[in-house]
Design a protein around this ligand. Structure first.
Ligand SMILES: NC(=O)c1ccc[n+]([C@@H]2O[C@H](COP(=O)([O-])OP(=O)(O)OC[C@H]3O[C@@H](n4cnc5c(N)ncnc54)[C@H](O)[C@@H]3O)[C@@H](O)[C@H]2O)c1
Length: 349
């Protein structure tokens, strides 16, 4: 017998909220009961596009609904902690937009509260639910790429200059959540160094570069930028066995896996450097077939099934916390002249 749909409220009906409303309303396992926004007219406008959805400007209306199972938070990051904690205290499961919260302390409070209440806390790391990233995770974690030597992720465009967050907190959660998702825990970055710039003088970074050393000598690099004339969404991952390029804006060649690499005839020895034989492997190039499907549909499915099965979702509160930890450490690094900040040291956030 199929279980009844998960009844959700979407809080925040600005740019992203309506996409969540559409996906939760359109999935057979879920139903939208409420749209809530501090701007009541906006809530009403979005709710009216779907039959039977109520609107309100007051969170208390939503949390007092005994038939509501879950709250989906799509408000600005500085409000995530308070709305999330209130929803958990009311016994609701919670899905929160990226970034999970606007500080490490706030993110930790959410994770702790969900654990104490035995409720599901998921972070919407949307890209982790794209067919391309799902495949990349299989390739990396399944050992097809070998040991990861470097990751280079570019996410740049002429972007909306946000009023409350800088470009790192706006765009880098995508890259960092993808790294967190695809790399096995023992290959996760150990530290972060950040360089940011505010060439317009708007009071917050519009350009940012993150360098993330990987265990075993590799490195991750992330470039996020609101001031680029063209939009680029491209990630390169090089492993000892295979390399791949993911270009999210090229539907014809979204993911390409290269059987290319560099092999040394013997371990590097400084004295013997000149004698080392380097051979280049140039083999086949494969473009795996990927289904076309909206990532948010995968987010909805994962949230609904993790609640039904009472298990941690793929992108749980802990993954949201790890991303926030790296963002907070990156902020400290940028302020301190790009020093390398360890990600596991006490107070690293
Ligand atoms: N996953 C993704 O790909 C993706 C894409 C865009 C935005 N986001 C995330 O979604 C969140 C919202 O971003 P946005 O671009 O939609 O912002 P937005 O400013 O367009 O919309 C935010 C909405 O929240 C409402 N709001 C603010 N405080 C509130 C409160 N306390 N209670 C109820 N409503 C409140 C505002 O009135 C506004 O309508 C952010 O965390 C952002 O990072 C995620």
């Amino acid at each position: 017998m199929s279980s009844p749909p998960l009844e959700v409220a979407v809080v925040g009906a600005g740019y992203w909220g309506p996409n969540l409303v559409r996906n939760f309303a359109g999935h057979p396992d879920t139903a939208v009961r409420w749209v809530c926004d501090a701007d009541g007219e906006r809530a009403e406008r979005v709710a009216s596009t779907h039959a039977g959805v109520r609107s309100t400007a007051a969170l208390v209306d939503v949390l007092g609904d005994a038939d509501l199972d879950a709250v989906v938070v799509a408000t600005p990051p500085e409000t995530h902690r308070d709305i999330g904690l209130a929803a958990l205290a009311a016994g609701k499961h919670v899905l929160i937009e990226k970034p999970l919260a606007s500080s490490l302390d706030e993110a930790q409070q959410l994770v702790d509260a969900a654990e104490q209440a035995d409720l599901v806390l998921m972070c919407d790391h949307t890209y982790c639910y794209t067919p391309a990233v799902t495949r990349i995770r299989e390739l990396v974690r399944g050992g097809v790429l070998g040991d990861v030597q470097y990751v280079d992720s570019t996410r740049i465009n002429l972007g909306l200059i946000q009023s409350a967050v800088d470009v790192l907190w706006d765009l880098a959660p995508h890259d960092l959540s993808i790294l967190d998702f695809v790399l096995p825990p023992d290959q996760a970055p150990t530290a972060v160094s950040a360089y940011t710039a505010d060439p317009l003088g708007v009071g917050r970074a519009c350009v940012g570069f993150l360098t993330l050393p990987l265990p075993g000598g590799g490195v991750g690099h992330v470039h996020v930028n609101w001031l680029s004339p063209t939009k680029i969404r491209r990630t390169v991952i090089a492993g000892t066995h295979r390399m791949l390029v993911w270009d999210d804006l090229d539907p014809a060649h979204r993911l390409t896996v290269f059987d290319k690499g560099v092999d040394l005839s013997q371990p590097l020895d400084v004295e013997a450097r000149t004698d080392i034989l380097v051979s280049y492997r140039v083999g086949d190039m494969v473009a795996p077939a990927l289904p076309e499907r909206e990532a948010l549909r995968g987010v909805v499915e994962e949230f609904a099934s993790s609640v039904r099965e009472r298990r941690a979702p793929l992108t749980d509160g802990a993954s949201g916390l790890r991303v926030v930890r790296t963002l907070a450490a990156a902020g400290r690094s940028a302020q301190a002249g790009s020093v390398l900040v360890p990600l596991d040291a006490p107070g690293a956030g």
